[in-house]
Design a protein around this ligand. Structure first.
Ligand code: SF4
Ligand code: SF4
Length: 325
């Protein structure tokens, strides 16, 4: 793909290929109890896409065959709304894999939008399985979080964090990690991750009595719902220019796609969740689905970079684990 981004990384001699597959991210559903303004998946209560049982089985089989894939990162939508979520987590843990769940906090307090089943079991289940929880809380100021996630989202997120804290999450020495994700409430780059983390810790503990481990500061990716939001405000071009002007070669060298593979709900393989939303499957000559998974070829594949990749490389960089530099 010819793009300004590709020219930039070529000029700065940044690697264009993957270096390994150490993490498998599986997007198992687009169904979500929320419909956030910044959602790059355009998830919501009316989405019905679910990973089929045989695809989940194949993901577990691939994990079992490849101990070098040390982490399973489960995302959605709200992955807890998939009927096989619990089984996927527990079987990955039986394989001794580190399991991360992209958990939106509020889902614990709600009923399943389709089956109406309670999800109150989640905090105890997460603790029993020892999963790492990564939860978006766009800001420690309630009105800023509500602006992005909907009215009342901040208070419900705090109530859910209390339940996680009660079972040990975020507590020193528990080994149960609760990491939060900040993303700017608008077309800006995130502020410095360390300063934000200090402010989050101080504000959330002092005002709400809740604790967490680390904060990941992410740049909003101009794809799907956030791209539509920017278009509607007439800010899309300005935001893209801002990201490309801030491109940082050191961040480009550390982009997360070089160490991972992303699996769509239908089993198609992508370099990352963002490419998944843009329908940019891995390069055509590579194995295309989880059913034809070939770790040697995937570990050396060329990445399908495009201009949206400036979202990962602007400023301090942005990945599933926050800043990259
Ligand atoms: S950002 Fe997360 S919580 Fe919000 S709609 Fe998207 S998947 Fe759901
Ligand atoms: S958007 Fe995806 S492909 Fe592009 S740099 Fe980020 S992780 Fe890599």
């Amino acid at each position: 793909m010819s793009s300004t981004f590709r020219r930039f990384i070529t000029e700065h001699d940044v690697a264009l290929a993957a270096s390994r597959v150490g993490l498998m991210q599986v997007n198992i559903t687009r169904l979500c109890n929320q419909a956030c303004a910044h959602c790059h998946v355009a998830a919501g209560p009316n989405r019905r896409e679910m990973m089929a049982r045989e695809t989940i089985e194949r993901c577990l089989e691939v994990l079992g065959e490849h101990p070098e894939i040390t982490t399973l990162d489960i995302t959605g939508g709200a992955p807890e709304l998939h009927p096989d979520f619990r089984e996927l987590v527990s079987r990955a843990r039986e394989l001794d894999r580190h399991v991360m769940v992209r958990h939106n906090l509020t889902v614990t307090l709600e009923r399943h939008p389709v089956t109406r089943a309670s999800l109150a079991y989640l905090p105890a289940f997460f603790a029993e399985q020892g999963v790492e929880i990564v939860s978006s809380l766009p800001h420690y100021q309630p009105y800023l979080t509500d602006r992005q996630r909907g009215s009342g989202a901040f208070e419900r997120s705090i109530a859910s964090m209390r339940l996680l804290n009660e079972v040990g999450y975020g507590r020193p020495g528990s080994g149960l990690e609760l990491n939060l994700v900040h993303n700017p409430v608008g077309p800006y780059l995130p502020a410095d991750q360390c300063s934000l983390e200090r402010d989050y810790h101080a504000s959330l503990e002092r005002s709400h009595g809740v604790v967490f481990n680390r904060l990941f500061a992410l740049t909003n990716m101009p794809v799907a719902r956030f791209a539509e939001h920017l278009e509607a405000l007439g800010q899309a071009e300005e935001y893209r220019d801002r990201l490309s002007a801030a491109c940082n070669p050191a961040a480009a060298a550390n982009v997360m796609c070089r160490n991972m593979i992303s699996v769509g709900y239908d089993g198609t393989l992508y370099d990352c969740d963002f490419n998944q939303m843009l329908d940019l499957a891995i390069e055509p000559e590579e194995p295309a689905t989880i059913f034809t998974f070939d770790i040697d070829r995937l570990s050396e594949r060329d990445i399908r970079f495009g201009d949206h990749c400036f979202g990962c490389t602007a400023g301090s960089g942005s990945s599933c684990g926050g800043a990259t530099t």
